[in-house]
Design a protein around this ligand. Sequence first.
Ligand code: BG6
Length: 488
Amino acid sequence: MKENFLWGGASAANQYEGGWQENGRGIANTDVMTKGTKDTPRGVTYRLPDGTEHQTGGIMINDLPFDAEIKVLDGYDYPSHRAVDFYNHYKEDIALFAELGFKVYRMSISWTRIFPTGLEDEPNEAGLKFYDDIFDELLKYGIEPMVTLHHFEVPLELTNKWGAWADRRTIKCFMNYCEVVFKRFEKKVKYWITFNEINNIFFGFLSSGLRSSDIQATMQAAHHQFLASAMAVKLGHEINSDFQIGCMLAASRCTVYPQTCKPIDVYEAWQQSSRQYFFSDVQCRGYYPNYQIKYFERNGIKIDMHKDDKKILEQGTVDFISLSYYRSMINSSGDIEENSKDPLQLGEINPYLVATEWGISIDPIGFRITLNNLYDRYQLPLMVVENGIGAIDKVEDDGTIHDEYRIDFFRNHIKEMRAAIQIDGVNVMGYTSWAPIDIVSAGTGEMRKRYGFIYVDMDDNGNGSLKRIKKDSFYWYQKVVASNGEFL
Ligand code: BG6
């Protein structure tokens, strides 16, 4: 691996920080999502004008009346409120990241800590100060922060007011926020990511605070995010030409295998992956590709484009591509609306692969294929910002945690990444595991679906001491980083 390869770990504010109302933080879409399980979807709570209170049956909320006020209600359990309390444990946690040897730590800023409703003229100083402290703590150990501006989190006020990203006005609110954090943290943060897993906009409320999962509204919201991302790239470079600003793609969805080698299956698998590459095509190339324009025409989808939009997209292409990779997919129906009925859109399990308890097919070779596909397509540096396995861990009587399955997962994936780099010549800047410490699951809101090298003593109901415990994988990853990927 290159000498300056960026080894580290990654997390997201709403799954990690807690402190949901500390120091003037406002309420985000993620704060009204209840806990689910692998079989029961998370819900969103709301009140109707007649005063009755309800919870949706999932995170796609297309059945919600527009006069419903989405809000935090008594008697529901919202995992983001406490998460695992990074808010009060950040010094201890960052010291553990330093012990792991991290060169980089990918995290997100919670927009509502800076602009509580998204609509204020002035930012919340206490929120800015919180991130100043975190960046200082990281830099103290020589850990470079890599910051996601939008990781599934949007001020709830914008959702209630106008459906958040469905409305063009959200771009302006986002740009105010970007300008403030770019200027404030200019000397502390060099690496930025605009939208986490932008192609997961189909998660609707969960990823983007949308009030509708209708395909027309979703694609219009994606257009607004493309514009916001491009404007953020341009603005960031104007503020500091050293900034490196990337997009972020849920790349698991791009690696779609055909059901069989029948040409029609291969064609359909290609169609399905094109629906995903569309997102990185716009962000890396700066324009809508013909195949997607034609797809929109065939499906009656009309994007409301303003006069300057094309220019904005052209001028805001990204410096690098960051990606998450958890699994590969098998071609399903290829139909977005059909797929969106499956809330997490996991698709079928590949019979040739082993799946995790949460139905994720483990596919290290697919990782090598994914890296090659992305690099061939754009020739831009790749940054792997999420890769990991959610599993149930057992604390032994002596307090140790033997997570060999996690070590196997990482070993096999890092091996394939190394092959992509050393054998295939793919340019990878770095690798951050998801997540170095146990945090709340985005999909289910559970704690038992653990990803960390560091165990956090808390259960699904929020009981536990929050004590941090090193798992076996902690010592293993520490050696991987120290040997720059030689030891696996
Ligand atoms: C990615 C998200 O989709 O997957 C993360 O960017 C998320 O926020 C991760 O946590 C793993 O998914 P889950 O549902 O197991 O937390």
